[in-house]
Design a protein around this ligand. Structure first.
Ligand SMILES: O=C(O)C[C@@H](Cc1ccccc1)[C@H](O)SCc1ccccc1
Ligand SMILES: [Zn+2]
Length: 173
């Protein structure tokens, strides 16, 4: 389990670097991220959210009544976006307890390299499509609040700054 960085944090606004070593340490990082994600709980997590500036994301958007399908995607890229878009009330483990509607393409095709170094390509729809786009945004320093207007984004940022001040002073918020 690794601590999840909270917005605002410069590491959440930086562009992460491509993964080049498909070795044991990458597999260990993916395992740590999946453990952190399940414990949060969440259905996705990007390496920059645990302070690692690498282009690695993990996801498991399977429902509770389905078998788990943990995925680790290195150097993910969106190769195709559907014309059709749709809204979803998004949240973020780095911006806890804040939710807002974001409109994204309903389906995307993603290419990536898996932990064995093999190139993969898959079409995602539904919650998987929302999640993979949300996670790839994290690799480019983009947060779901960046799709909101200046006012709403500012309100959320100021509330998060207060939360971080209170946490720093060990005061319950
Ligand atoms: O911060 C993250 O990247 C984890 C996000 C991933 C996500 C955000 C919006 C929509 C889909 C995925 C979430 O905090 S994981 C929590 C969650 C759980 C169920 C449905 C939506 C979000
Ligand atoms: Zn997020």
């Amino acid at each position: 389990i690794r601590p999840i960085l909270l917005h605002p944090d410069p590491r959440l606004k930086a562009v992460a670097k491509p993964v080049t070593a498909f070795d044991e340490s990458l597999r260990r990082l993916a395992e740590d991220m999946l453990e952190t994600m399940y414990e949060a709980p969440g259905i996705g997590l990007a390496a920059p959210q645990v302070g690692v500036m690498s282009r690695l994301i993990v996801m498991d958007c399977s429902r509770d009544d389905e078998p788990r399908r943990p995925l680790a995607l290195a150097n993910p890229e969106i190769a195709w976006r559907s014309e059709e878009t749709g809204p979803y009330e998004e949240g973020c483990l780095s911006i806890p307890d804040h939710f807002a509607e974001v409109v994204r393409p309903k389906a995307v095709e993603v290419t990536w390299i898996d932990l064995e170094g093999k190139a993969q390509r898959e079409r995602f729809e539904g919650l998987w499509a929302v999640c993979v786009q949300h996670e790839i945004d994290h690799l480019n320093g983009k947060l779901f609040i960046d799709y909101l207007g200046t006012i709403k984004r500012g309100v959320i940022t100021r509330k998060m700054e207060k939360l971080k001040r209170d946490l720093a002073r060990e005061k319950p918020h």
